[in-house]
Ligand binder design. Structure first.
Ligand code: T4K
Length: 409
């Protein structure tokens, strides 16, 4: 544990960690089980195109989410695109800006441009109030909610707004597998929900996504679209694309789901360690996972820094990176300020702009130990409790770096 500012690597000390700690280190299920399944895949010579493991994986996702149907695809980005195509969405979509860029480029790549919507300051999901205000001025072909950090959007309000405007509601549930909201699993709201099983998600299939829906006709169409529109050998029934998940990915996804209770228990423990170590620190808020009737997967640990400290979020991130703690500024600068949307005119998004300046995601997952979470917390506490002195130290280090570079000229 570091006890004084001069031990910080950014001020010349030794990094706290010899090996980098990442946000998004994959969780791994039972290795032998996975390798046996891969052996079965090789023995069967059935490698992709709706094989046995794909169907088993889809059944497991349907049972976790409570959805009638689950359609696995190569990744969630393609899942969003297929859903928009299957629902015939055109024009623009209402979508939050405070999300991963893929939530938006999935649509813009198929010619559907965004109308950006602000978020709730408390939990960072789309604001129904701002959505209603936006829809008074902009016509859209669909509404896209994002269950950011695994917090379910106010789906009841979004469904009402979608019905009032006669447009479909699509939910980007990339972060929300294994969560429940008001006692019911996430996965059956709107016309469809799209989960990500990318390597960095707490349950992963290397790369992968799954669309869940209670609508059989929609699921049938999605199954056609993911396989070039083929309804049988040489029989094309729809304008599809290749969005298939391979058998190896499905086997990884299945093995990962079988270990998900262990992953959630570990993530919850790490969240509680961070909360215990940082919860009382002035100027810091852990974006909570505390609603009694919601179950979270705790896969993102999200810290929000208040204004008024002598060091800001970017400086804290720089200090932590020097310690080999690769915290992430998800999702700065906000999609409306990122290419390809930065040059367009946008509605004012004050809560989004605010969050993008304050938020820092901390490492978690089964690759991270309790001791490491405590050590990361102690560095954050050291920095924020001594922010004025750290500010002076950073300024002096910067001044001496620039005078060194002048001397070398
Ligand atoms: N909607 C939302 C709300 C999303 O967050 C995402 C994806 C999507 C849609 C689209 O889902 P997919 O089409 O991907 O299924 C990562 C992920 O790549 C991305 O999937 C995820 N969200 C996003 C939040 O995080 P990046 O740009 O931060 O970095 P990446 O993937 O290079 O990895 C981050 C860190 O994880 C690395 O620094 C090291 C570690 N890592 C990563 C990989 C891939 C490992 O240790 N091992 C690995 O195998 O996007």
């Amino acid at each position: 544990m570091k006890r004084s500012l001069d031990e910080l690597a950014v001020l010349g000390g030794t990094p706290a960690f010899g090996e980098p700690l990442h946000v998004g280190r994959p969780n791994l299920g039972d290795r032998d089980l996975l390798l046996n399944r891969i052996g079965d895949i090789l023995d069967s010579r059935w490698l992709t195109n709706s094989g046995r493991f794909l169907r088993e994986f889809e059944d497991r996702v349907a049972s976790v989410t409570g959805a009638r149907r689950a359609v696995a695809v190569a990744n969630a980005t393609l899942g969003l695109q297929l859903t928009a195509k299957a629902l015939g969405v055109t024009g623009r979509v209402a979508v939050p800006s405070f999300t991963f860029i893929g939530s938006v480029t999935a649509f813009s790549w198929i010619g559907i441009e965004p109308v950006f919507i602000d978020i709730e300051a408390s939990n960072h999901v789309i604001s129904p109030t701002d959505l209603s205000a936006a829809l008074e001025q902009h016509e859209v072909g669909a509404i896209v909610g994002v269950h950011l950090w695994g917090h379910e959007c106010d789906t009841d309000a979004l469904e009402r707004i979608a019905a009032d405007h006669g447009v479909p509601l699509i939910l980007d549930a990339a972060h929300a597998f294994g969560t429940t909201h008001r006692g019911r699993p996430t996965g059956t709201s709107g016309r469809a929900e799209v989960f990500s099983f990318h390597a960095t998600k707490f349950v992963n299939s290397f790369e992968g996504g799954v669309i869940t829906t209670d609508d059989d006709a929609l699921a049938d169409e999605l199954e056609l679209l993911r396989n070039f529109g083929f309804a049988g050998y040489d029989l094309v029934e729809s304008g599809g694309i290749n969005a298939k998940m391979s058998e190896v990915s499905a086997a990884m996804g299945l093995t990962s789901i079988e270990a998900m209770d262990r992953f959630i228990a570990h993530n919850r423990h790490i969240y509680e360690v961070y909360r215990g170590a940082l919860g009382d620190l002035p100027g810091v808020r852990l974006v909570g996972h505390d609603a009694v009737d919601d179950q979270c997967n705790f896969q993102y640990i999200v810290l929000e820094l208040a204004d008024g400290s002598a060091i800001d979020r970017d400086e804290l991130a720089r200090v932590l990176w020097a310690e080999n703690v690769f915290v992430r500024k998800y999702f700065a600068p906000g999609c409306h300020r990122a290419a390809p949307f930065a040059d367009l005119d946008h509605r004012a998004l004050p809560h989004t702009d605010d969050a993008t300046r304050r938020v820092l995601c901390l490492p978690t997952g089964t690759a991270l130990s309790e001791q490491e979470a405590l050590a990361i917390s102690s560095i954050i506490r050291l920095c924020l409790e001594n922010a004025n002195a750290l500010r002076g130290g950073l300024d002096r280090a910067a001044a001496s770096r620039s005078s060194g570079s002048l001397d070398r000229r």
